[in-house]
Write a protein that binds this ligand. Structure first.
Ligand SMILES: C[S@@+](CC[C@H](N)C(=O)[O-])C[C@H]1O[C@@H](n2cnc3c(N)ncnc32)[C@H](O)[C@@H]1O
Length: 245
């Protein structure tokens, strides 16, 4: 997972404005009482978001279990410390003030107990009072947005997504076929199957509390105001580390 896709990831994500995302996350950090000191990126992928955090004055570093992703991150950010590790169970040499995890990375942990371990490792990697930001797909979102077949097509690529949601374990299996345009109108083609577990806001709140965090805000993804609407595809969680565990 995330190995074949790595070298094409930035191109596939091109329609998305990472500068806007980082402005949003920076606002949430400052709003939660944090500082523009440093940020550690869980599931950093190609670390596009870290470009904009650096522009705002943050020191950056990240972690990913895909060697291909880490190599791209190191190439983009020479001299920056990147860890190749599983976010379920990791250790850092120093403690951070801010930790982020972007684009439903949290959902790739498909077992609730393992997500709890990830939050425990995150607690240990942070200073007290530090801000932990992550977005996650809800059960509703995986069914509503992803189930079935859909395609995405641009000048440069064609992707088909064939997804099935398992109502027993709340895991979505998404079979993707990629066709990436190369020179001479030829295409590179490869498949990847991804698994995401949908989480409810109650589960996230419970796991954060268990691991020394307080959930201070739960927002619709990319929005700055909370809503009473419970049918949301994706949430942005803003948590603060309140105790050591
Ligand atoms: C959806 S991508 C997000 C990448 C990047 N943060 C972004 O916003 O564009 C998810 C990333 O999380 C990584 N990942 C998924 N599960 C992981 C795990 N258990 N440990 C470490 N990295 C993981 C994948 O390799 C991938 O790079």
């Amino acid at each position: 997972m995330f190995n074949k896709i790595a070298q094409h990831y930035d191109m596939i994500m091109q329609p998305f404005d990472y500068n806007d995302l980082v402005d949003y996350l920076d606002d949430l950090i400052i709003g939660a009482g944090g500082d523009r000191t440093n940020v550690f990126d869980l599931g950093c992928g190609t670390s596009e978001e870290l470009i904009y955090f650096r522009q705002l004055g943050y020191e950056v570093s990240g972690l990913d279990f895909s060697r291909e992703m880490i190599e791209i991150s190191k190439y983009k950010h020479p001299g920056v410390d990147f860890i190749e590790a599983d976010m379920i169970n990791f250790k850092t040499k120093k403690k951070f003030d801010n930790v982020i995890s972007c684009f439903d990375t949290i959902n790739y942990i498909t077992d609730k107990k393992k997500l709890s371990k990830c939050f425990a490792s995150t607690n240990k990697a942070m200073n007290k009072g530090g801000v932990f930001l992550f977005d996650f797909n809800t059960v509703f979102g995986l069914i509503n947005e992803w189930e079935g077949v859909r395609i995405e097509e641009t000048e440069q690529f064609f992707i088909s997504y064939d997804s099935e949601f398992n109502y027993n374990n709340l895991i979505l299996e998404c079979k993707m076929k990629f066709f990436i345009k190369e020179e001479d109108d030829k295409y590179a083609s490869f498949d990847e199957t991804h698994y995401e577990r949908g989480y409810t806001s109650e589960e996230i709140k419970e796991l954060l509390k268990l691991n020394g965090f307080k959930l201070v805000k739960l927002l619709p993804f990319l929005k700055r105001k909370a809503t009473k609407d419970t049918k949301l595809d994706r949430y942005q969680a803003v948590a603060v580390k309140i105790k050591e565990i």
